[in-house]
Design a protein around this ligand. Structure first.
Ligand code: PLP
Length: 379
């Protein structure tokens, strides 16, 4: 096996000298460079309108960096408050009719599975494809789609198993069999670590606080032109309406909505987080998503092999392209194992009967060796 050195030095992050950090799927460690970003934000925040305008300029640069990462134009990326809001935008915004349906799967993150919960009252069917031994089959998802499917909703990378769904295959399948169905993707466990092809989706949203290396409060969201034209807003304010400068001080009974990216931003996004995200994206793009993905796959294969040697039941896929940064195995008391590991200063995420080990660009073989050593010891 080749040796996997970190793609970003560990000392660029707070605290990595003290722990073996393998829980980016829960919370990423904090980039030391954010201290300078915060100082810059504090200076701009105190500098009146000129400072505000510069903050917005950096925000637009951030949209462009996000667009670069996802292969879409920056002006189609909005900053939502959380990834959860992305799916809810579609749930609230489409003109649902009785007999319509949504296709998703029964191993989904709650925000993807349940964004549609109120639609049952409107006669909309929620179709959940069942996982097959923790595997979600793209063809099984497509087989549930019919002419009344308004949305196919899925996480690109599963929070539970780390499976990296073939989003292009889903998009191609929809194009041939159900061209009016929207493809909505939660890329929270994909963005920043594996390739995300937002251009083939209608909505692609991600939290910022995991693999994108920023923090809570801002979730970049791509919306396709057709999804934009098919959805109605449900929250309006100064930021997403054509009030300034068109109307001046006085209000009129009617007002136009602004197009993307403002469309999804009724008020100010959390701009300090956008500035953190800008810095984090610059770091990620400098390394490049190709090398990061290869690195994550290498670590995942190594973790997987080690877990199997120890007799654990790994539920992450073994095909390389279906891997991600998350490698997961079943444990009856996952929270207890997480705590046992934490006592040894090894950080993972354990819940719902499985432990998730996450490897990102600052992890290396020594992190993998260390967790395997501790797991062998406390078995
Ligand atoms: C797939 C997925 N989507 C969304 C979230 C939560 O994101 P947010 O708090 O930004 O809605 C998580 C958190 O674990 C997740 O795993």
């Amino acid at each position: 096996m080749t040796s996997n050195e970190p793609l970003l030095p560990k000392d660029l992050f707070v605290g990595l000298e003290r722990v073996t950090h393998l829980c980016t799927g829960g919370e990423a460690p904090w980039l030391r460079g954010f201290e300078e970003v915060y100082k810059e934000f504090a200076r701009l925040k105190s500098d009146g309108l000129a400072g505000r305008e510069r903050v917005y300029e950096i925000g637009d640069e951030c949209r462009d960096l996000m667009g670069q990462l996802w292969g879409v134009p920056g002006h189609r990326i909005a900053f939502m408050p959380s990834a959860t809001e992305g799916m809810n935008w579609l749930a609230r915004g489409l003109d649902w009719k009785p007999g319509d349906n949504v296709v998703t799967d029964n191993l989904e993150f709650p925000s993807v599975a349940y964004a549609w919960r109120d639609l049952a009252e409107a006669g909309v069917e929620i179709r959940m494809v069942e996982h097959d031994d923790f595997h979600i089959d793209e063809d099984a998802l497509l087989s549930k789609v019919d002419a009344r499917t308004r949305v196919l909703a899925a996480s690109q990378v599963s929070f539970y198993t780390g499976q990296n769904l073939d989003i292009r295959r889903l998009a191609l399948g929809l194009r041939t069999s159900a061209p009016s169905t929207l493809l909505a993707v939660d890329a929270t466990h994909a963005a920043g670590v594996v390739d995300v092809s937002a251009a083939v989706t209608d909505l692609c949203v991600s939290s910022s606080y995991k693999w994108l290396l920023a923090t809570h409060g801002t979730a970049p969201c791509f919306l396709s032109e057709r999804a934009e034209s098919m959805t109605r807003g449900s929250s309006y304010g100064w930021h997403n309406l054509a009030v300034w400068p068109a109307q001046g001080a006085e209000r009129a009974p009617t007002v136009d909505e602004k197009p993307m990216p403002m469309r999804l931003e009724p008020g100010n996004p959390a701009m300090v987080v956008v500035l953190f995200l800008h810095h984090a994206l610059s770091q990620l793009l400098e390394v490049g998503i190709g090398p990061i993905q290869e690195h994550a796959w290498n670590l995942s294969e190594r973790i997987d092999a080690g877990l199997r040697d120890l007799g654990h039941t790994v539920i992450s896929p073994s095909a390389r392209v279906a891997r991600s940064g998350n490698t997961c195995f079943l444990v009856p008391d996952a929270a207890a194992l997480q705590q046992d590991l934490a006592r040894e200063r090894v950080l993972v995420w354990g819940e719902y009967g499985r432990v998730r080990i996450s490897g990102h660009l600052y992890n290396d073989d020594s992190d993998v060796d260390r967790i395997l050593e501790i797991l062998a010891k406390i078995r």
